[in-house]
Design a protein around this ligand. Sequence first.
Ligand code: FAD
Length: 457
Amino acid sequence: HVSVVLFTSDLRLTDHPPLRAALDAADAVVPLFVRDRAVEATGFAAPNRNAFLDDCLADLDSGLRERGGRLVVRSGDLVAEVCRVVTEADADEVHMSAGHTRFATVREERLRSALEAAGRRLFVHDAVTVAVPPGTVTPASSDHFAVFTPYYRQWAQVPLRPAFGTPRRVSVPEEVGGEKVSAHGGSSEVSPALPPGGESAARGRVTAYWRRGLGAYEDTRDDLAADATSRFSPHLHFGTLSPVELVRRARRHGGPGAEAFVRQLAWRDFHRQVLAARPDAARADYRTKHDRWRTERTAAEDIEAWRTGRTGYPLIDAAMRQLRHEGWMHNRARLLTASFLAKTLYVDWRIGAAHFLHWLVDGDVANNQLNWQWMAGTGTDTRPNRVLNPVTQAKKYDPEGTYVRRWVPELAGVDAPLVHEPWKLPGLDRAALDYPDPVIELSDGLDRFRHARGKQP
Ligand code: FAD
């Protein structure tokens, strides 16, 4: 008796319900990953995430080898490849985790029909890539929550399934072959400081963060220079960490830091339940439609300055450069750069979201598009017309200017608070800096915003 475990966004061995179920059901399993051509065709497979994915697959393969097995990697149409492997292994069933995007659910249905036509069964497991699956809690009058706070109140009451350990042995039938897997070798398109992928790296991070970061999370999470958040996001995106396990462990740890951290994990589930119910929110304005955006055609220079970190607003530029260098950006910086593009420059949020998706190693349709919508005031923010001021916010969240000087070497010799407003430096000091003037006056940005939103300045 053989079963296939199809890995998707769950590239780990610990707390993996589909693997557990497959091992319980069969004498041998085929751990399978398919590089789906259709994902590449969507443009979603960006260089940073491809590199991180290679690391994840290599680590998964070595974890399986330590247990007597191996990972089978194929490329092609996912449904066709799974069916081929099922035939080669003469497997009876396939186990996989539930996906929550339209792409994932459509693919899952195609797979189910193809397997059923061949007399095989597909088992889809919930709560593998989220702690609380979409649809588990709903308000009385809708199929999903549009506001976070009431969602969170109910989310926090949901009993979580137990977390599973790592299997001891995995035996894989010899006749099923696959491609060679190896960690990424780097390329000029990949961010130079991309973090390493894979479950081993992820678990190392958890151990370190539990020891040194979690307790203070509530106090330090907005401190840009301290860089004291968990950086679990790429691991959650690729599923090298289990959200159920993390929530359980954080609750056991207890205290305000752990509580604030669990709340952030609930945001992740919140966005997933929005996207599961409204797949169009990946592109279309979710709650409030706005159509006076500036675009590539009308704001090309501003957009380019934003993308390359040359807006003349030091904190915005620092953040945009961190994004390219690491494939990651601090949450406070994501909020500020998104507000700056969508509200100060009044550029269509989709342009910013696409740039983020290209670079972010944690780039995720639900988290990215819905956080962008939140910030652009088209999504779930209950105060959609607030505009973040990049100078006051910089003084608050980077009071010494350390974060700015880390990423903007042109300003290395400038102290706070002027490092956040270099245009206020005395004439000669200003002239000596090779740093651009602001692309826009903040008051002009605010006027344009109010005009576009039909509000009196
Ligand atoms: P921590 O602060 O340590 O939080 C722990 C985990 O909670 C994160 O790893 C993440 O999974 C989750 N989380 C935290 N904040 C949020 C949030 N606002 N929404 C949803 N989940 C959250 N996150 C992504 O994973 N992928 C994205 O593509 C993405 N795009 C974003 C775009 C914008 C404009 C904004 C404002 C936020 C975006 N975020 C995205 C959310 C958040 O910024 C990142 O999850 C966070 O910065 C990752 O760092 P961390 O792991 O150290 O987070």
